[in-house]
Design a protein around this ligand. Structure first.
Ligand SMILES: N[C@@H](CCC(=O)N[C@@H](CS)C(=O)NCC(=O)O)C(=O)O
Length: 285
């Protein structure tokens, strides 16, 4: 597997770089961005936080808008931001090219239905293929965290809940908490996974948190949510996740922030809390 460097820029004494590579699981060329803090220049290996973005995003939205580099440099944290779906000439898109299905809307799952299943395997990409590439090509250690926004918050929660041995913590901004019950999730899961809702439960954080998880596998979760978010009631449904966490004694910290919306203005206002949360939960794995 060859990495092709697309860009490299110095920022807060570290480096922001973009790369493309051929993905075996998504059958296309994928792009990702990485922030490498200054500590790597002194030969240190650093922990890595995976950031999963939301609908319509690429590797660029978080890197350009979140304002994460200053503290990541100070704490010595690498951040990886993948794309939100496969892309390219042969990759199918929604016939109506809507923003919430197809390109830019991979929902961090492995599709089983045509025409999606050959390309839309973002779950395997985030859990296995991309971390292997990062471990083999960059000075990171085995300590990983997972975070994300909206559809990417759903990705962070479901992937973290299903793979507790791979991460130290999970955090999310404005996540889609119960996708099997909201319009975004129902539309995407019907297309990617078919019309049997039982099969959708594998990718629903509220359902996953209800499973009998051993205390030692309960990764700490931090969620930040703006109370002026237009998508809150209809699409995000955090109350369902909070109730399931309470009933199952799951360590979830939920911060409802007054006046904030769904945008990166909100993320940039609280990203420091999430980086410090990741940093404070690191353990040698
Ligand atoms: N229809 C809306 C929904 C998409 C949306 O809000 N996307 C969020 C994630 S769910 C986002 O991060 N947009 C890109 C950005 O703000 O940079 C739009 O296209 O703006």
């Amino acid at each position: 597997m060859t990495l092709t460097q697309v860009s490299s820029s110095k920022v807060f004494a570290g480096l922001h770089q973009q790369f493309t590579h051929v993905s075996a699981v998504n059958n296309c060329t994928m792009k990702f961005a990485i922030y490498l803090p200054p500590q790597v220049q002194q030969g240190q290996t650093v922990p890595v936080l995976y950031w999963l973005s939301g609908l319509t995003c690429t590797d660029e939205n978080f890197m350009q808008k979140a304002g994460a580099f200053k503290l990541a440099a100070e704490l010595g944290i690498a951040i990886v931001a993948p794309d939100t779906s496969p892309r390219g000439e042969n990759v199918p898109d929604d016939t109506e090219q809507s923003y919430d299905l197809g390109l830019g809307a991979g929902f961090y799952l492995n599709a089983t239905e045509s025409p999606w299943q050959t390309y839309y395997n973002m779950y395997d990409y985030i859990v296995n293929e991309l971390p292997e590439i990062i471990q083999n090509n960059f000075p990171v250690n085995k300590q990983q965290g997972i975070s994300g926004h909206s559809m990417g918050g759903h990705g962070a929660l479901t992937i973290g809940l299903k793979n507790p041995e791979k991460y130290s913590s999970i955090s999310a901004f404005s996540p889609i908490c119960n996708p099997t019950k909201c319009p975004w999730g129902i539309k995407a899961f019907t297309a990617y996974l078919g019309d049997n809702p039982t099969l959708w439960l594998e990718y629903d954080a509220t359902e996953l948190i209800k499973r009998n998880i051993a205390d030692s596998n309960k990764l700490p979760i931090l969620i930040s949510q703006g109370d002026s978010d237009n998508f809150l009631a209809e699409q995000l449904m955090p109350d369902n996740l909070i109730a399931a966490a309470e009933q199952n004694n799951y360590p979830l910290t939920y911060c409802l922030e007054v006046g904030y919306d769904h945008s990166y203005f909100f993320i940039s206002s609280f990203i420091e809390q999430h980086l410090r949360f990741f940093n404070s939960n690191l353990t040698s794995k």
